[in-house]
Design a protein around this ligand. Sequence first.
Ligand code: SF4
Length: 86
Amino acid sequence: MSEGIIPKDKDYLKLSKATSGYLEIPYFVNSELDRGYFCNNCLYFINKDDCAIVKKQGPDVQGKESGIIARHGVCTLWYPDETKTF
Ligand code: SF4
């Protein structure tokens, strides 16, 4: 699991949501998030609502600000957490 691979106590330099291509599609909020291209299954997803390489704050590519990295979000830097995806 990424929680064990990526230290959570580092002050990483991060990309903005807009630069990373991040967005949240509300239709997927109640989906089975353990499969597919969601932040929930990304290697960089940490602390249940954060990302090791993308900032939580600021507008996404649709100009929306949620203040979190959502489990059902995704960006162009998605990389599989192979302990979750299959
Ligand atoms: S998909 Fe993008 S924003 Fe989501 S956890 Fe992965 S790198 Fe971070």
